[in-house]
Design a protein around this ligand. Structure first.
Ligand code: SF4
Length: 228
């Protein structure tokens, strides 16, 4: 699968690592660095160095995932070299250089911690902070609900969708442009809602295109969505 270039470097970074989806929002200095694993909220807060490590891991995964086989060592080597370029110099006069060995050991520690959390260990036990969403301080929301249709196969008396069910819908092409905007704004998760999203004949394509970048889920419960 070819990666879309616009999704590789800007906005959120993401990669699927050992079966878990990592979305990292590296931010300007006014915000902290947020990491969502498998779309879970609240996100983890990473310090600058941990975020840089993970950013390089994700960059390497993006470029190397295309190949067959185990790329773990290539990813490690790439990350170590990038960090060495940045930090492999004396941090102060008279101080020793940061060595590749030290960088490799830090990488293993940080990556091990994140994978333990991805596999279910409590983040607090691993010494990681989580951040409650404070919308007034965030440059962009964490998720966006996409009402892809107002059609529905049911007619519940309590329906929250107050308007007519036959409202005009955006085309697939327009939704793909919206994905790009969301990505570039740093929004890592999309939720398909409506109406019943599965009423759209192109819903599988909408979901698989969203899989390229965001973490898609659905908040509708009466039909099961399985794009695999
Ligand atoms: S949109 Fe939801 S609440 Fe409204 S009729 Fe359909 S299932 Fe019921």
């Amino acid at each position: 699968m070819e990666r879309k270039p616009q999704f590789t470097q800007t906005g959120v970074r993401h990669a699927t690592i050992n079966g878990h989806r990592f979305h990292l929002r590296l931010t300007d200095p006014t915000e902290e660095n947020f990491l969502w694993i498998d779309g879970k909220s609240p996100p983890l807060v990473l310090d600058q160095v941990a975020a840089e490590f993970l950013g390089y891991v994700i960059d390497a995964m993006w470029s190397m995932q295309q190949g067959a086989g185990d790329e773990t060592e290539n990813v490690r080597d790439y990350v170590v070299e990038q960090m060495y370029k940045k930090y492999g110099r004396p941090l102060a006069i008279g101080k020793a250089r940061v060595t590749r060995t030290r960088i490799r050991s830090d990488l293993d520690r940080i990556f091990g911690t994140l994978m333990a959390v991805a596999d279910g260990t409590c983040p607090i036990e691993e010494g990681l902070a989580m951040e409650e969403i404070r919308q007034d301080e965030w440059a962009a929301p964490a998720r966006m609900d996409l009402a892809v249709t107002y059609r529905c196969n049911l007619d519940c008396p309590h329906c929250y969708n107050g308007g007519p069910k036959n409202m005009k819908e955006l085309s697939l092409d327009k939704w793909l442009k919206i994905y790009e905007v969301l990505w570039n704004e740093g929004i890592s998760q999309v939720v398909f809602t409506g109406g019943e999203p599965l009423m759209r004949s192109d819903i599988l394509q909408l979901v698989s295109e969203a899989e390229e970048s965001q973490h898609p889920t659905s908040d509708q419960g009466h039909w099961v969505l399985d794009p695999s």
